[in-house]
Design a protein around this ligand. Structure first.
Ligand code: MRU
Length: 360
């Protein structure tokens, strides 16, 4: 058996109770291949993609076939394993593998999970070992930990959710975005499972409609009472329906609490301030970047203008116009009431409290 052959358990059989509610696992390792559900096609089509080529996984991450900060971190770990098998790396991260890890790292710049997880792989003791085997075992552990973190986030978050709470959320933070269960959506799911009878408003999340396509799809399968709104309806919704709290996920949280998340999140944080509604971030420790002092240090991904001027192949704006297409924005720490993490709830002052909790 060469080092290009995975020698451990054949399949990753982890489940996040997803199948119990009719939700597919977002990512799996099966017989030496990575398999994902193509999120760009949902909810119209449930198509699974599989490959043993790390370049395909890079393309899946770049094109958002797999997306959501924790999920792309997990995908990056499996991509690194595929690269190590391809190059038959043994005992060290050789030059070819280093190049592949850089390609994986550069797929999407804002979510820190990719970077955090690649550094975690870089710290493994791989002396005398097949690097592919070591990476794939670590990827399994990462997936398992992310699912576990989501469930803990859900449990910690319960104390912040009143009975019959009206909750507003943005983008998609469910099982598909996280490995299983969900962060902000996990908190909503846990509250529902605890019998709190919540009502949810889900922002559609322009331009790629992660809210309309994915959050609505998961909420429906989970049997949670919800209404879909256009992003610009969040203000009137807060006023008219007396929203009790807003909870969203995160792509990168700086050490002072400034938080990058899907474009439009910042607007929500400002609206929450105006309406005196608590604005919460639910995220695992893999989404924190303690090396970033503030939001100023967070790179913001800009996407292809076609994503704004078109939906799929259908043009919705004139040709030859100028577009600004940031995929994320930063909500300032002062607008955030608390972070819900797998290590507990972090409240202000965030400088110090974040380092204390996440550094543990
Ligand atoms: O561009 P996307 O769809 O990957 O953006 C995803 C988000 O902004 C999510 O809110 C964030 O990653 C948290 S996922 C639990």
């Amino acid at each position: 058996m060469t080092s290009s052959t995975y020698q451990g358990s054949k399949n990753n059989t982890l489940r996040a109770d997803s199948q119990a509610v009719g939700l597919p696992d977002p990512i799996r390792w099966e017989n030496g291949e990575v398999a994902i559900i193509d999120q760009t096609l949902l909810p119209m089509e449930e198509k699974f993609l599989r490959s043993r080529n790390y370049r395909d996984v890079c393309e899946w991450i770049e094109s958002l076939r797999i997306r959501g900060a924790p999920a792309i971190g997990i995908a990056a770990a499996y991509a690194a394993a595929l690269a190590a098998f391809e190059f038959e790396s043994h005992g060290e991260i050789d030059e070819k593998l280093k190049g592949a890890l850089k390609e994986i790292n550069d797929t999407r710049p804002t979510a820190v999970n990719i970077r955090n997880i690649l550094s975690r792989l870089g710290r493994l003791d791989i002396r005398g070992e097949s690097v592919g085997n070591a990476f794939v075992e670590e990827a399994h552990r990462i997936l398992s930990e992310e699912i576990d973190s989501c469930k803990k986030i859900g449990r910690f978050g319960l104390e912040l959710v009143p009975e019959h709470a009206v909750i507003l959320t943005h983008c998609h933070t469910g099982g598909l975005a996280t490995g299983g269960y969900g962060t902000a959506l996990g908190m909503i799911r846990a509250a529902q499972e605890a019998g709190k009878n919540v009502k949810v408003f889900a922002d559609e999340t322009r331009p790629l409609l992660q809210g309309a396509r994915l959050t609505a799809w998961e909420l429906k399968k989970l049997g949670i009472d919800f209404r879909l709104i256009v992003d610009s309806a969040s203000g009137i919704t807060m006023k008219k329906f007396k929203v009790d709290l807003v909870v969203v996920g995160a792509d990168r949280i700086a050490s002072n609490g400034d938080t990058a998340n899907k474009i439009g999140t910042y607007n929500l944080s400002v609206l929450c301030k105006e309406h005196k509604i608590p604005f919460y971030i639910a995220a695992p420790s893999s989404s924190f970047d303690l090396s970033a002092k503030s939001g100023e240090d967070i790179p913001i991904e800009e996407r292809n203008p076609d994503e704004v001027t078109h939906f799929r192949d259908c043009r919705s704006a004139p040709e030859n116009i100028s577009v600004y297409a940031p995929a994320f924005d930063v909500s300032p720490a002062e607008n955030i009431a608390a972070f819900i993490t797998e290590k507990g709830i972090i409240r202000p002052p965030f400088v110090g409290n974040i380092a204390k909790t996440i550094g543990r």
